[in-house]
Design a protein around this ligand. Structure first.
Ligand SMILES: Nc1ncnc2c1ncn2[C@@H]1O[C@H](COP(=O)(O)OP(=O)(O)OP(=O)(O)O)[C@@H](O)[C@H]1O
Length: 253
């Protein structure tokens, strides 16, 4: 055990889909490490398996092979409430609870911490308000989530994860519906959060340029190849980034 310098680790992990006897393995032999207090960006082309990996790490999708540990404990051994206290997740799936206000959506982030009555304590309120402020959505608090834009909803979902305050945050394409300024703002917000709170954050994103500037580490998924992990500089210097994203060179970025 590494005394949790790595908040999440995988051993010989295979990720993909099983339908009866047919198996579609998207990624295999993954030995991944999410260090404490680091911002990791998972990059790769459409369909390479980024969302599937994030869902697998979040225990929402079955593992094909291998194991995943959160703080040294196999994720399968966690009770769901205990797991949610450690890990916050933002997916791109539409929210089902259509009648909620933005504030009520963010409040849901605190449910893993309430007792059976579901009553929110002052500390919960503080974390909710703080998350709303960080995501700059105070003006939306009383709005129904069905009556805001996709980008505003995306910010509210991120605020919910912030309110949940897990040590590890996994976000699948957190900037998917956002305009260019908001894409930057949200990724910067996540970057600052890592710096200020020592949380660990893993995002999947197609915002290659911003990720290269902001992430501590890049996980580069390439179809049929092993995942390449390293600092942005390492992957730029050894040519992996250019091979995966030749358009960057054409843009002279
Ligand atoms: N239920 C399923 N059964 C079998 N294969 C599936 C299933 N759902 C998705 N896939 C396949 O898994 C692959 C990876 O999908 P995934 O959504 O994880 O990719 P991604 O890298 O997140 O893509 P994107 O960048 O477009 O969001 C796709 O090729 C998809 O066809």
């Amino acid at each position: 055990m590494d005394n949790f310098s790595h908040i999440m680790t995988t051993t010989d992990l295979s990720v993909g889909y099983k339908n009866g006897k047919s198996v579609n393995t998207l990624m295999e032999s993954l030995t991944l490490r999410i260090p404490k207090g680091k911002f990791i960006a998972l990059l790769g082309a459409n369909g390479v398996g980024k969302s599937t990996l994030i869902r697998t790490l979040a225990n929402l999708h079955p593992i094909l092979k291998g194991e995943i540990c959160l703080k040294g404990k196999n994720i399968k051994e966690y009770a769901s409430k205990e797991f949610a206290q450690q890990l916050s997740l933002v997916l791109t799936d539409p929210v089902q609870s259509g009648n909620l206000t933005v504030y009520e959506l963010v409040e849901m982030g605190r449910f893993p911490f309430t007792n059976w009555t579901g009553k929110l304590m002052p500390l919960d309120q503080e974390k909710i308000e703080n998350a709303i402020q960080l995501c700059e959505i105070s003006y939306l608090k009383e709005q129904k989530i069905t009556e805001i834009s996709d980008g505003q909803l995306q910010k509210a979902m991120i605020a919910r994860a912030l309110a949940q305050d897990g040590e590890l945050m996994l976000l699948d394409e957190p900037t998917v519906h956002l305009d260019a300024n908001n894409r930057y703002t949200i990724l910067k917000l996540l970057r600052n959060l890592v710096d200020e709170t020592q949380k660990s954050i893993l995002i999947s994103t197609h915002q290659v340029e911003i990720a290269l500037k902001m992430a501590d580490e890049i996980w580069l998924a390439n179809c049929g190849e092993n995942m390449k992990c390293g600092t942005p500089n390492e992957l730029i210097k050894n040519g992996d980034i250019e091979r995966a994203f030749p358009y960057l060179k054409k843009l002279d970025l």
